[in-house]
Write a protein that binds this ligand. Structure first.
Ligand SMILES: NC(=O)c1ccc[n+]([C@@H]2O[C@H](COP(=O)([O-])OP(=O)(O)OC[C@H]3O[C@@H](n4cnc5c(N)ncnc54)[C@H](O)[C@@H]3O)[C@@H](O)[C@H]2O)c1
Length: 253
């Protein structure tokens, strides 16, 4: 029970990597604030955690709206008393298309959801972590392999995920002396609704995607969740400012 008595706040926890992460923290004893824009799937995650004998509640939050992020953090502290861990995971894949086919709306929406969520999320999370009794905390931001490489047909997404790494490293440096560790994970294709959408966008895409990964398979949400857990663990106290690539060997070559 590595996270016993700790409080974790997770965005986009109604599906995919976010849900797996919520279940993983709860399985290690954390009380989990399950946040998502989708109340139905978020409540399902809460039910799964409760059925496994752990503690969780749902708080609806559209991460494109800073006021909703602030309210969700406040609610977490009201319900559970403090904030130890935050995982800024919610995100969208955006439009599949070349740079010239991406509109201002496509770009602005991507920045609001995939970057604003991390920028404003960390502002409210770090303010809370510094102000509470026994200050400190750990934050993991979910970037992507598209945050360390270009991604043809996904310029806004790749730009957003690069920005997440810049925010992660900067926040890590700014608050390192105040007991806050900030890291990012950079998964390659991982089984989820987001990847299903991508596969459906182009025939033959799935095979091409698989061939890019030396392990010859996509990641599983729980494999990403376990890495997030490790980054937040108290016995991993020397790791901050990292962007951990979870890619089946892709970037080793
Ligand atoms: N699946 C992959 O291959 C992959 C690879 C690299 C990075 N990622 C990143 O992992 C994160 C999770 O992706 P996933 O694959 O689990 O996707 P998913 O689509 O399965 O889940 C995303 C969750 O975020 C929620 N969400 C979407 N917009 C939101 C908003 N505005 N406010 C709050 N919640 C919102 C959705 O309701 C959903 O529950 C994303 O940041 C994604 O970019 C995914």
């Amino acid at each position: 029970m590595q996270f016993s008595k700790q409080i974790a706040f997770i965005t986009g926890a109604g599906a995919g990597i976010g849900r797996a992460t919520a279940l993983a923290f709860a399985g290690q004893g954390a009380k989990v604030a399950v946040s998502d824009i989708n109340e139905t799937t978020g409540q399902e995650t809460v039910e799964q955690i409760k059925q496994a004998g752990s503690n969780a509640f749902f708080v609806r939050c559209d991460v494109a709206d800073p006021a909703q992020i602030e309210a969700a953090i406040n609610k977490t502290v009201e319900v559970f008393g403090r904030l130890d861990v935050a995982v800024n995971n919610a995100g969208i894949g955006g439009k599949f298309g070349k740079l010239l086919d991406q509109s201002k709306h496509d770009f602005d929406q991507m920045m609001a959801i995939n970057v604003g969520s991390v920028f404003y999320g960390m502002q409210y999370q770090i303010r809370q972590m510094l102000g509470q009794e026994n200050p400190g905390g750990r934050i993991v931001n979910v970037s992507s392999i598209a945050g360390v490489r270009g991604m043809p047909m996904g310029a806004p997404y790749s730009a957003a995920k690069h920005a997440v790494i810049g925010l992660t490293k900067t926040a890590a440096l700014e608050y390192v002396r105040q007991g806050i560790r900030v890291n990012a994970v950079c998964p390659v294709y991982t089984h989820s609704a987001m990847v299903d959408d991508l596969i459906q966008a182009a025939p033959g895409m799935e095979d091409r995607m698989r061939r890019m990964i030396p392990m010859g398979r996509f990641g599983q949400p729980d494999e990403i969740a376990q890495a997030i857990l490790w980054l937040c663990a108290d016995d991993n106290a020397f790791t901050t400012g990292q962007a951990l690539q979870l890619d089946g060997g892709m970037t080793a070559g």
